[in-house]
Design a protein around this ligand. Structure first.
Ligand SMILES: Nc1ncnc2c1ncn2[C@@H]1O[C@H](COP(=O)(O)OP(=O)(O)OP(=O)(O)O)[C@@H](O)[C@H]1O
Ligand SMILES: [Mg+2]
Length: 268
């Protein structure tokens, strides 16, 4: 048995295998101790760990484990998933939307961290809690998917009312910028608020990624991270913004397990 673990700020992602294809499982970070005892059942397993909580997880474990650098694990896992899905791209920007967002340049195995933003999945969780009191991820995502953003976000076309804007009118001029201006007609709903939170995060992540791609002379951007799990709205926002800015967005199945897969591959 081989076990690859990516213990991040929010979720612990595990990829494990007995020789065939990897299987995947994830746990909330609050279950770190439980994960250590779950792994201890596989007494002869080879284990590799990555992620910000790798060292903490190891303190709960009584088995040996190697740890590897998170970015190396993620990029190797992404290359594996791209190959497995017959996606032939070799040079691309890799954007990992985890608790926070990190952005990497990858070219035929060579890789470099090019930046990131603190706006990420954790921002969705935090702002959602502040604005609506909802803390459950799935509830946030399903509620957001039913909301419209028109009363909250200010579009370019709102500002250029009645005249032709110099950039597409459908672009967001100011996320949440309409609230201060809007003559409030009734309370904003949870659906509207959460849709706008997802919009803010998606547009920020896409914009920063597109700029990184432009700087590196690349057009393909691969988006991974658990923030996309069951979150079609976030995918749509990122997709639309990335395309609008002339780049090519890609989402890969099981992309959130890239780091865990990279660990598994490291074990040989
Ligand atoms: N079941 C879930 N519970 C909580 N958050 C979830 C869940 N499923 C998806 N998410 C989303 O995924 C985000 C975490 O993504 P991911 O697991 O990639 O980050 P991480 O690896 O834990 O963090 P980082 O890499 O920044 O240390 C959360 O902030 C949230 O938006
Ligand atoms: Mg992570």
């Amino acid at each position: 048995m081989k076990i690859g673990i990516d213990a991040g700020g929010t979720l612990i992602k595990v990829a494990y295998t007995n020789g065939d294809l990897p299987e995947f499982i994830k746990f909330p970070i609050s279950r770190l101790q439980y994960v250590a005892s779950w792994i201890s059942e596989f007494s002869n397993a080879k284990i590799c760990i990555t992620g910000g909580k790798a060292a903490l997880l190891k303190t709960y474990m009584n088995q040996k484990a190697v740890d590897i650098v998170e970015f190396e694990a993620t990029s190797s896992g992404v290359s594996y998933l791209l190959a497995r899905n017959d996606i032939p791209v070799k040079a691309f920007i890799l954007t990992n939307v985890g608790t926070g967002t990190s952005i990497h340049y990858i070219n035929k195995g060579e890789h470099q961290r090019v930046g990131g933003t603190g706006v990420g999945g954790g921002t969705i969780m935090g702002l959602s809690k502040l604005l609506t009191g909802i803390t459950d991820y799935e509830t946030i995502v399903t509620t957001a998917s039913k909301g419209a953003r028109d009363r909250i976000d200010l579009k370019v076309s709102h500002i250029y009312e009645g005249s032709e804007p110099p950039i597409p009118g459908d672009l967001t001029a100011s996320n949440f910028g309409n609230i201060a201006i809007l003559a409030s007609e009734g309370q904003l709903t949870k659906e509207e608020l959460l849709a706008s939170v997802v919009g803010l995060v998606g547009e920020t992540v896409a914009t920063v990624s597109v700029l990184a791609a432009g700087q590196s002379g690349l057009t393909s951007i691969v988006f991974v991270g658990s923030s996309f799990i069951g979150n079609d709205l976030l995918k749509e926002v990122v997709q639309r913004y990335t395309v609008l800015r002339g780049a090519l967005p890609m989402f890969i199945e099981n992309g959130e397990y890239s780091g865990a897969i990279g660990c598994l591959l490291y074990l040989g």
